[in-house]
Design a binder for this molecule. Structure first.
Ligand code: HEM
Length: 131
C-alpha cells in the first residue's frame, strides 16, 4: 500500500513537471506576441497552482521516502535548480528578458536529467547506462 502511494505520488510529481514546462513554453510563445496575454484567464493562475503541486509532491516524496536532501547530492541539486528555474521565470516574464526564458528551459531539462539519473553531474551515469 505504501509503495503504491509512493508510486502514485511520483506519477503526480512527474505529471506536474510535464505540465509545468508545457505551460512555461506556451506562456513564452504567447508572451513574444503579446506580453499582456499571459496575465489573462487561465494562464494567470494555473502555472502557479501546478508549480505549487510540483513542489508539494516533491516534499511528499522526500518525506515518504525518508530522504535527506543534505545527504543526497542529486536532491540538493534539484532543489537548487528549482529555485533557479523559479527565479529565471520571474526575470523572463516580469523582467521581459528572453535569455532568461531559454536559460529556464535549459535548467528544467537539467532537473529532469538529474531526476532520472539521480546524479547531479548527469553525464557519468548517463554514459554508463548507455554503454
Ligand atoms: C522543476 C522541478 C522538478 C522536476 C522537473 C522534477 C522531475 C522529476 C521526475 C521526472 C521524476 C521521476 C524520475 C524517475 O522516476 O525516473 C522525479 C522524481 C523525484 N523527485 Fe523531482 N522534480 C522536480 C523537483 C523536485 C524537488 C525540488 C525535489 C526535492 C525536494 C524532488 C524530489 C524527487 C524525488 C524524491 C523523486 C522520486 C525518486 C525515486 O523514488 O525514484 N523533485 N522528479
Amino acid at each position: 500500500m505504501a509503495v503504491t502511494g509512493y508510486l502514485l505520488l511520483k506519477g503526480i510529481h512527474a505529471g506536474c513537471a510535464l505540465t509545468s514546462i508545457t505551460l512555461f513554453i506556451w506562456r513564452g510563445l504567447l508572451w513574444r506576441r503579446d506580453p499582456q496575454s499571459i496575465r489573462r484567464g487561465v494562464l494567470r493562475w494555473l502555472p502557479h497552482l501546478v508549480d505549487t503541486l510540483l513542489l508539494a509532491s516533491a516534499l511528499g516524496l522526500v518525506t515518504l521516502g525518508a530522504r535527506n536532501p543534505l545527504a543526497e547530492p542529486w536532491l540538493a541539486a534539484k532543489i537548487t535548480a528549482l529555485l533557479g528555474y523559479i527565479g529565471l521565470g520571474l526575470v523572463a516574464f516580469r523582467g521581459g528578458r528572453r535569455w532568461a526564458w531559454y536559460a529556464a528551459v535549459a535548467l528544467f531539462a537539467y532537473i529532469v536529467a538529474v531526476a532520472v539519473t539521480k546524479d547531479p553531474l548527469v553525464l557519468p551515469t548517463l554514459s554508463r547506462r548507455l554503454a
